[in-house]
Design a protein around this ligand. Structure first.
Ligand code: GDP
Ligand code: MG
Length: 443
């Protein structure tokens, strides 16, 4: 293909070095209001559940769903003429800012829908890429996502690109960094070539990086699983508003990461990781994997599965297989079977036999969440070193840091300061070594 030739030439001719990675983490401002649209034979509202969960991850609330049962999408406008009128009405009656479609559209379909609806139109691929952009943390992850975004953007530049700039930013338009979607083909081709080279280099350092894993002191829990399994709902249930407020530091660093308190005053950091999606477009596989790789940095994987799904076994297997492939297969896993509020008792008992060691919960009602916290408390590793410190008065910053990053077992006031017993990680130990009065040598 001529496209590929040109990229190859660009790769040869452009000599660029690895420059500083794309930075800047997007912060959700206001949630957008979106109308979801699905087309397919015999399609029903429930078939858009996954799309609604994807929209939620991207920061949009679903205000309405429009489905049209037909075997093939309309070549010009994706949905048929009559439905388009209904959709137009729905968009404006519900004051929606965007329309999200459950398939990938042709550039022409996207353009004419935007023209007819007067709001931003996002297809399934762009939505998924947007979520990847929010979750990509490593340089390789960011490069992979940007590469996939540019490959998606390139054939859509005329029209869609212009429409996007006309209709503003928000969901469906985010990059992993501050790089604006540049409406210049030549520039994009050069950028694609550079990203490909960077990715090759970054892949080589990946394994090294993992072996140098940061010891943050607080156990890290990664929530993994399919989109729509209830990961975000469970995360909200596990944390609770008061914890979030008390934890501004983490809240501002990363909107998908929260601290939780486990039984026995143990602490952990929970991250809602990028969800698996059904029918992942082939071009997005690499971006998905490198975004998911952050999971490998965790101390424990909280694997959330939708117990009501007809594809439960396949989904559990697929998650485990991919985690194995990205090098996270050896991490301890707690399998959560979610949405049990929708299951009869006999069904629950069958599932318990089929998945020994799994924890049944309802993230929606809170049922089983206490039990889950108990299990997590038992399964996550404790900070390795138990120490006693004397923190002199005036050094409350040290005490605060211990509370933040260690497992504080007890505190007691003394004449010159506070005696703190705590379990700490190695990095924190070296930072507070000067205050240690006992235990630093023990394991
Ligand atoms: P995620 O994509 O894994 O983050 O899933 P979400 O947390 O966004 O949940 C997807 C959908 O499932 C939402 O409509 C939730 O309200 C619903 N849901 C989540 N947990 C439960 C549950 O325990 N029971 C029921 N009935 N619905 C749930
Ligand atoms: Mg979610």
């Amino acid at each position: 293909m001529p496209e590929r030739d040109r990229t190859r030439r660009a790769r040869r001719s452009t000599r660029a070095t690895l420059e500083s990675p794309l930075s800047a983490t997007w912060q959700p401002a206001i949630r957008e209001r979106a109308v979801l649209v699905g087309v397919g034979p015999g399609i029903a509202d429930e078939d858009l559940d996954e799309l609604a969960a994807l929209a939620d991850s991207a920061g949009a609330d679903t205000v309405s769903r429009v489905v049209q049962s037909r075997s093939e999408p309309d070549p010009a406008t994706f949905i048929g003429r009559g439905k388009l009128e209904e959709l137009h009405h729905e968009v404006h009656a519900r004051d929606a800012g965007s329309v999200i479609l459950d398939q990938e559209l042709t550039p022409g379909q996207l353009r004419s829908l935007e023209e007819r609806l007067g709001v931003k139109v996002i297809d399934r691929t762009a939505l998924i890429l947007d979520i990847f952009a929010l979750h990509a943390r490593s340089r390789e992850g960011k490069a992979q996502v940007e590469l996939a975004q540019l490959n998606y953007l390139l054939p859509r530049l005329r029209g869609w690109g212009e429409a996007m700039s006309r209709l503003g930013g928000g969901i469906g338009t985010r990059g992993p960094g501050e790089t604006k979607m540049e409406v210049d083909r030549q520039h994009i081709r050069r950028r694609i070539a550079k990203l490909r080279r960077d990715i090759k280099t970054l892949a080589k350092t990946r394994d090294l990086k993992r072996s140098q894993r940061q010891d943050s002191g607080i156990p890290q829990i990664a929530i993994a699983g399919y989109t729509n399994a209830g990961k975000s709902t469970l995360m909200r249930q596990l944390t609770g508003a008061d914890v979030v407020v008390a934890d501004q530091l983490f809240a501002t660093l990363d909107p998908t990461t929260r601290r939780i308190e486990l039984p026995g005053r143990r602490k952990a950091v929970v991250s809602d990781t990028v969800g698996f999606v059904g029918k992942l477009p082939h071009d997005l596989v690499e971006a998905f994997r490198s975004t998911l790789e952050e999971v490998g940095m965790a101390d424990l994987i909280l694997h959330v599965a939708d117990a009501t799904s007809h594809a439960l076994d396949e989904q559990v297997d697929a998650v485990r297989r991919v985690l194995g492939e990205i090098g996270a297969g050896d991490l301890p896993e707690v399998l959560v079977l979610n949405k049990i509020d929708r299951l009869a008792g006999s069904h629950r008992a069958r599932l318990a036999r089929r998945f020994p060691g799994s924890v049944p919960v309802s993230a929606l009602t809170g049922e089983g969440v206490e039990g889950l916290l108990e299990v997590l408390g038992e399964r996550i590793p404790r900070p390795p070193v138990e120490i006693t410190l004397l923190v002199p008065f005036g050094r409350e910053d040290v005490t605060a840091r211990l509370y933040r990053e260690a497992e504080v077992l007890s505190t007691e006031l003394d004449t010159t300061g506070t005696i703190v017993k705590a379990r700490v990680g190695l990095r924190l130990l070296s930072a507070v070594r000067g205050f240690v009065t006992d235990g630093a040598a023990s394991g």
